[in-house]
Design a protein around this ligand. Structure first.
Ligand code: SF4
Length: 487
C-alpha cells in the first residue's frame, strides 16, 4: 500500500504531514515514488493565507482523471480546510473519499481501512478537547533540526486568522512529555530543536497548578525552556560527535507573552538561539486594534527591545500584513518606522486577503492590490537593506555553524549560525567526500552577500573534522523553511 502526501502551508502543517506519514508507516503503508503510483493521495491543506479552496479545486481537477482510471484510489483532504469545511467538501468534490481534521490523524489507518472495505466517503473533524493527543515522531527518524509540539489550538482572536476555528482552543502537552521527546531527538543526533505551537509562549503545563503571578500575560513557557535546558545533554565542543543539543528555538510566540520572565530565560538559558521570531503584523495602533492583537505599538517595541538586549547580538524577525482593511499610507509608514526602530533582519510579509470565516471579512478589503504590492515591495526593500547592513558587520567575526546540508548548487555546505544567519562553506575548503550535514563547524566569516554569509572553517574545526568517524550519523537534512506558524 503506497501513499503520497502533498503539504501546503505552515510549519505546523509540515509537522502534521510527518505525523500522518508516521501513522501510515506504522500500519503498513509505504511512501510512493510518485503521486501517480499511490493508492492514497492526501492533501494537507492550509487556509491561512492562500486562496486555499481555489488551490484545492485546481488540485482536485488534476486528480479527477486519475481517480476515473483507478476508482480504488483513495483521495483524502486533511488540515485546516478540511477542519473548516468538513462534510461540505465531500458534497463539493465528489472524488473525495476522506476529510480529516488535524486532531484526527491517529484515526487515519482505521478510516482508510473502512474506505478500502467500501465504506461511503466520510468527514472526521472532531477536536480532542478533553484528552488532547500529541503525536511524536517514530524512534528511528533522525534529523539535524526537529520540531517538537508543545501545544495546539489558539485562544487569541486575531481578526484576520482562521486558526482558532480550524485548530480549536489551546491545549497543552505536559512538560515531561515534551522534555522526553526533545531528549529522544537529541539522542538520535538532532542538534537543534524548534518548539512548535500557535502561540508557543502561552504554554501552561497541564500537570502543574497555574503559576502564581499578577501578570495575566505570564505563562509557564520560560520554565519549560529552563527545564529542557537542564534535562537534555548539551553539545560539547570537546566531544563534537557525541549527541548533544546545540540550540533551542521556538515558533511562533505571541508578543503578549514576551514578559520579563521570558527575557530572563533568554539571558540565562545559553542554548536558546540568539534569534527570536516575534510576529508584530502592523506598526499602527489603529491597525493593531482592528486586528485584535491585544498589544500596542509601544508595548511591542518595549518588549522587543528587552528581548534583543537579553544577550548581545540577538536578532529578530517578524510577520507583517500589509493592506489590512482601512490601512492608510500613514498607518503603513508607522509599520515601516517600527521595522526600523526594532531593526528586524527578516520579515515574512503578506498582502492581506480576506479569509472565509474570519472576523476581518466584515471589514472589507478596501486597499487596492496595486497599493498592497507597492507597500510589500517597500517593506522588503527596507528589511533587505537592514539585513545587508547587519551581515556586513559580521565579516571578520567567528561563528558556530550548524550545517544543514548542501547548497542548491552543490558547491558549498550551508548552515546557520546561532543568530540564524545563513552561512555557506565552500566544499573545496574540505577534504573530498566529507559529508557535513549535522556537523557543528566553527568558521570565520570572510564575506557578506545580500542575504547570506560566506565562511571558512577555522583550524580548530579542521582538526575536529579530521577525526570525523566514517560512520558519521546519517541525518535528514533540514526541510525547506516554510511559513512561520502564525501568532
Ligand atoms: S494570528 Fe496567531 S495568535 Fe492570532 S489567532 Fe491566529 S494563531 Fe492565534
Amino acid at each position: 500500500m503506497f501513499y503520497w502526501i502533498e503539504t501546503f502551508g505552515c510549519q505546523m502543517n509540515v509537522h502534521d504531514s510527518d505525523r500522518m506519514a508516521d501513522v501510515l508507516r506504522a500500519s503498513g503503508w509505504q511512501k510512493a515514488e510518485s503521486l501517480e503510483n499511490a493508492e492514497l493521495v492526501l492533501f494537507n491543506t492550509c487556509s491561512i493565507r492562500e486562496k486555499s479552496e481555489q488551490k484545492l479545486r485546481s488540485e482536485v481537477g488534476k486528480l479527477a482523471p486519475l481517480k476515473e482510471r483507478r476508482p480504488e484510489l483513495i483521495f483524502a483532504v486533511a488540515g485546516c480546510v478540511a477542519q473548516q469545511e468538513g462534510e461540505k467538501l465531500l458534497a463539493r468534490f465528489p472524488v473525495l473519499d476522506l476529510v480529516l481534521g488535524p486532531d484526527n490523524i491517529p484515526e487515519l489507518p482505521r478510516l482508510l481501512e473502512d474506505q478500502r472495505s467500501g465504506a461511503p466517503p466520510v468527514a472526521r473533524t472532531v477536536f480532542d478537547i478533553d484528552e488532547p493527543r500529541f503525536l511524536t515522531a517514530t524512534a528511528d527518524e533522525k534529523r539535524v533540526s526537529a520540531f517538537v509540539t508543545t501545544m495546539k489550538g489558539c485562544d487569541e482572536r486575531c481578526s484576520f486568522c482562521i486558526v482558532p476555528t480550524t485548530r480549536g482552543p489551546e491545549r497543552y502537552r505536559s512538560s515531561d512529555e515534551i522534555v522526553a521527546e526533545v531528549a529522544r531527538w537529541v539522542e538520535g543526533g538532532a542538534r537543534e530543536i524548534v518548539l512548535l505551537g500557535q502561540t508557543v509562549d502561552s504554554f501552561r503545563d497541564p500537570a502543574l497548578p497555574p503559576a502564581a503571578s499578577d501578570d495575566p500575560d505570564e505563562s509557564q513557557f520560560p520554565s519549560l525552556l529552563r527545564k529542557i535546558a537542564d534535562a537534555v545533554p548539551r553539545f560539547d565542543d570537546a566531544n563534537p560527535f557525541a549527541p548533544g543539543l546545540l540550540r533551542l528555538r521556538y515558533t511562533s510566540p505571541h508578543p503578549r507573552h514576551a514578559t520579563p520572565s521570558l527575557v530572563a530565560a533568554h539571558r540565562e538559558v545559553e542554548i536558546l538561539a540568539e534569534h527570536i521570531h516575534l510576529p508584530v503584523q502592523s506598526g499602527s495602533n489603529r491597525m493593531l486594534r482592528r486586528m485584535i492583537r491585544r498589544y500596542t505599538r509601544e508595548t511591542f517595541i518595549e518588549r522587543a527591545a528587552a528581548l534583543l538586549a537579553s544577550r548581545p547580538g540577538t536578532t529578530m524577525s517578524s510577520d507583517i500584513i500589509v493592506g489590512f482593511p482601512g490601512e492608510t499610507d500613514e498607518d503603513f509608514e508607522e509599520t515601516l518606522s517600527l521595522v526600523r526602530e526594532v531593526g528586524f533582519v527578516q520579515v515574512f510579509g503578506f498582502k492581506f486577503s480576506p479569509r472565509p470565516g474570519t472576523p476581518a471579512l466584515k471589514l472589507g478589503n478596501d486597499v487596492p492590490e496595486s497599493k498592497k504590492s507597492e507597500r510589500l515591495a517597500r517593506l522588503f526593500e527596507l528589511v533587505d537593506a537592514q539585513l545587508a547592513a547587519h551581515l556586513a558587520t559580521l565579516v571578520g567575526t567567528r561563528v558556530t555553524v550548524l550545517v544543514e546540508g548542501a547548497s542548491k548548487l552543490g558547491d558549498a555546505f550551508t548552515g546557520r549560525t546561532q543568530r540564524n544567519e545563513i552561512v555557506h562553506l565552500a566544499r573545496d575548503l574540505f577534504p573530498e567526500g566529507l559529508e557535513l550535514a549535522g556537523q557543528v563547524v566553527e568558521a570565520d566569516i570572510v564575506s557578506a552577500n545580500k542575504r547570506s554569509l560566506a565562511g571558512a572553517p577555522t583550524e580548530r574545526a579542521m582538526i575536529h573534522l579530521s577525526t570525523l568517524p566514517t560512520h558519521a550519523m546519517r541525518v535528514r537534512t533540514v526541510e525547506k523553511r516554510v511559513l512561520q506558524v502564525v501568532a
